[in-house]
Design a protein around this ligand. Structure first.
Ligand code: MLT
Length: 260
């Protein structure tokens, strides 16, 4: 089984691989991709989302990472700048642990390398059960308040409405798989310490889900060749809330990688 891979821009050259947040699909990146017309981009659908099927067996970000490695091989990609937002960041870190040679650069947006505390794990498992029960997609509706920053809620009604629609359309089986996979994820700071490529760590300053100290810890683990960016007036979904500075930061990472 392979994952849905959506290509944009030039067909050849080192690609940027974009991994979206939970419980969305590759469309989360559309506004960022529009700002990067000269960059080969592969935007991936996570297992159970978009056009990607649901894997068999125990949900795990390592399974996502293995599928990603297989899907990139099918696309003849042996090296890429891999950028993940939130759950996409967790998947990128799982891939960094198992297949570091695939990375020419890494971007970690609105995410964290630590494991969840027990209460957060239990909450994820409850949301997974609710999605499989009567709530269906409604299990993730409350996320609208937490994932968008106060500035977006006040000043970007179109972003609020698009995200509300996407949350209402999120596939229940994908929600359940994703929450169980995220609940099971281990601490992955050690994988970042071993990675020796240019890095970007980015968060919105109104992101309560991925705190500033977690971003600093990832940047410290990645080492000196890492840019740490804080975007004013954005919450957890920076790629949707403030796509211009997110695209600029990804372009700077891409150019640093290409400058070698
Ligand atoms: C995401 O945006 O991918 C999720 O908020 C991640 C999470 O629940 O930790």
């Amino acid at each position: 089984m392979t994952l849905g891979m959506h290509r944009f821009g030039p067909v050849s050259g080192l690609p940027v691989v974009l991994l979206h947040g939970f419980p969305l699909d590759f469309r989360m990146w559309e506004a960022v991709i529009a700002e990067l017309p000269e960059v080969p981009v592969i935007a991936v659908d996570a297992p159970g989302f978009g056009i990607s099927p649901l894997p068999e067996g125990e949900p795990s970000l390592s399974v996502y990472a293995d599928l990603l490695a297989e899907s990139l091989a099918e696309e003849n990609v042996s090296s890429a700048v891999i950028v993940g937002l939130s759950m996409g960041g967790y998947a990128a870190m799982a891939l960094a642990e198992s297949r570091p040679e695939l990375f020419a650069g890494i971007g970690l947006l609105d995410t964290k390398a630590g494991a969840d505390p027990e209460a957060a794990k239990q909450n994820r498992l409850a949301v997974a059960d609710a999605a499989e029960g009567e709530d269906g997609s409604g299990a993730v509706a409350p996320m609208i308040d937490a994932v968008l920053g106060a500035t977006t809620h006040a000043e970007r009604p179109e972003v609020v409405e698009v995200l509300r629609t996407w949350l209402a359309e999120a596939p229940p089986a994908g929600i359940a798989w994703g929450q169980r996979a995220m609940a099971a994820r281990p601490d992955r700071h050690a994988a970042l310490e071993k990675l020796d490529v240019p890095g970007l760590v980015l968060r919105g300053d109104e992101d309560d889900m991925s705190p500033a100290d977690a971003a600093q810890q990832m940047a410290d683990a990645l080492g000196d060749d890492t840019e740490l960016v804080t975007i004013a007036g954005a919450g957890h979904m920076t790629a949707m809330e403030t796509p211009d500075p997110v695209a600029l930061a990804i372009r700077r990472l891409y150019e640093r990688v290409r400058a070698g």
